[in-house]
Design a protein around this ligand. Structure first.
Ligand code: PLP
Length: 486
């Protein structure tokens, strides 16, 4: 048998003890300065196995992975979008990945240039020239922008403005970021068309208004048609407008949020600009703000001297640092590649194709499912089971599980909260007509099963190692360690 060399370990004599001590290394441990009671006294019960068996084990595990490289992944809002392999190869080059943030500015001119150019490009795409690349994700960007707003308000002697208006269709991170930044949240209702209602905005504006956070296109995949009017109302009341730009791929290269009247926004580079997204990161959520707000952005900033040298600069008004260094550089590098490869025309086509694909799929899906806001959508749309399906006991979770069984990653489910039993699908700009047709056929099959009360819907998925779990409990009581017994 081809055994992997395993160091000789002494036996564990103490029940329940997870520690081990490598024979012959006692002396090293003794001089390590660790208290004796913290040192391992016995080997862990690691499995001993042959190389080939181990290789097969990990290969089998990797084959159980589901990702954009295996099949369609229409997870609305959080979709795995276009992540070209060439960008991964570039980001993996040690010339980039081997850089250290403490290196001299003179030695990292290339990296500083990438950040400077990316910040410039994002400023052009959004129309908001003050850019920081530091935030690690969308939610982090929201928090940073609210800190900028706080700094700006305080500098004007308007610290009493501490209320932020947020539409009820917003992503949960919006109110969470507000609370974290010390603002009070007031909810604004959507109208029957699924849009933020300017009348309701007007009714909630007042002397304590700091601003409004609005997602556009919103989480229903609808363009906020009254955005210019809403921005005007908020400005008149003395506040600023923050746009959650997580859905920017629907309008990138077509519309600049600054032209609607938006003052600040974040971009989820890990969604819109080519970084694998899922499992919580790594990501990047740069924020773009007007020139007026730019001095309050976090330090440091990358600037370019007249002689073409890039260096770091600090602003006295900055709210401070958001993190140790400059953000997730390799994510920023992928975004830089993305923008520079596609160019203005390519970016525009991203938005056009994202919208076209979503509408194509919406029209196929609505033959069998209820689409509550059934009109031209942006990059995603929301569907739900019909009443008769629900009467037969078929719910959104059953649809999601059956899709897994049929080989698809389910769309986002039970979000946005303004639609009961929501199924939010985002096909993205890069999927083929054949893929969309096949997914629509799977949805049609599930609809027929739901209408017929087929029990397979409640048993799915039957072809995965784990079928249905108590999801609420799994979140609250995760057992993540090896040999926990569950
Ligand atoms: C509309 C919207 N806003 C904000 C966020 C938060 O972004 P992140 O997950 O990068 O923190 C998301 C994430 O999916 C989102 O869909």
């Amino acid at each position: 048998m081809n055994l992997i060399p395993v160091p000789l370990l002494s036996e564990d004599s103490r029940p329940g003890r997870r520690c081990f001590r490598v024979k012959g290394a006692d002396r090293a441990l003794a001089v390590s300065g660790l208290p004796a009671e913290e040192l391992r006294v016995a080997p862990p019960a690691l499995p001993e196995t042959g190389e080939l068996d181990l290789l097969r084990h990990f290969t089998r595990l990797s084959q159980k992975n589901f990702g954009i490289s295996t099949n369609f992944y229409p997870l609305g809002s959080c979709t795995m979008k276009y992540n070209p392999v060439v960008h991964e190869a570039i980001a993996a080059q040690t010339a980039w990945s081997g850089l250290h943030p403490w290196q001299n500015e003179a030695d990292v001119q290339g990296a500083l240039r990438v950040m400077h150019e990316l910040a410039h490009d994002l400023g052009v795409l959004t129309g908001l020239p003050g850019v920081t690349l530091h935030p690690a994700a969308g939610a982090h960007g929201e928090l940073s922008a609210l800190m900028v707003l706080r700094g700006w308000l305080d500098a004007r002697g308007e610290s009493h403005r501490r209320t932020i208006l947020i539409p009820d269709s917003a992503h949960g991170t919006n109110p969470a970021s507000c609370t974290l930044a010390g603002f009070k949240v007031v909810t604004v209702h959507s109208d029957e068309r699924g849009l933020c209602d300017p009348e309701d905005v007007k009714a909630h504006l007042g002397p304590d208004t700091a601003g409004l956070m609005i997602t556009n296109p919103n989480t229903l995949g609808l363009f906020e048609e009254n955005i210019a009017e809403i921005c005007r109302l908020v400005h008149e009341a003395g506040g600023k407008v923050y746009m959650d730009g997580a859905n920017f791929n629907a309008i990138v290269g077509v519309a600049r949020p600054a032209d609607f009247g938006v003052d600040m926004m974040h971009l989820n580079l890990h969604k819109t600009m080519s970084t694998p997204h899922g499992g919580g990161g790594p990501g990047a959520g740069p924020i773009c703000v007007t020139e007026e707000l730019a001095p309050w952005l976090p330090n440091p900033r990358v600037v370019r001297d007249e002689d073409g040298i890039f260096r770091l600069e600090e602003s006295a008004q900055a709210f401070g640092r958001l993190r140790g260094f400059h953000g997730n550089f390799l994510v920023l590098l992928r975004a830089w590649c993305y923008v520079r490869r596609l160019g203005a025309e390519g970016m525009r086509r991203v938005a056009e194709n994202a919208v076209l694909n979503a509408n194509y799929l919406r029209v196929l899906v609505r033959d069998h499912w209820r689409v509550p806001f059934d009109r031209v959508c942006m990059h995603e749309f929301v569907a739900r089971p019909t009443r008769s399906m629900r009467d037969k006991g078929a719910h959104t979770m059953d649809v999601a599980k059956r899709l897994i069984e049929l080989g698809y990653h389910p769309p986002t489910v039970y979000f946005p909260l303004v639609v009961n039993e929501a199924i939010m699908a985002e096909p993205t700009e890069t999927e083929s007509k054949e893929t969309l047709d096949a997914f629509a056929a799977a949805m049609a099959q599930i609809a027929r099963e739901a209408e017929a009360g087929d029990p397979c819907l409640h048993e799915a998925p039957r072809n995965t190692p784990v079928g249905r779990v108590d999801e609420a409990r799994a979140v609250k009581d995760p057992r993540l360690c090896w040999q926990c017994g569950s």
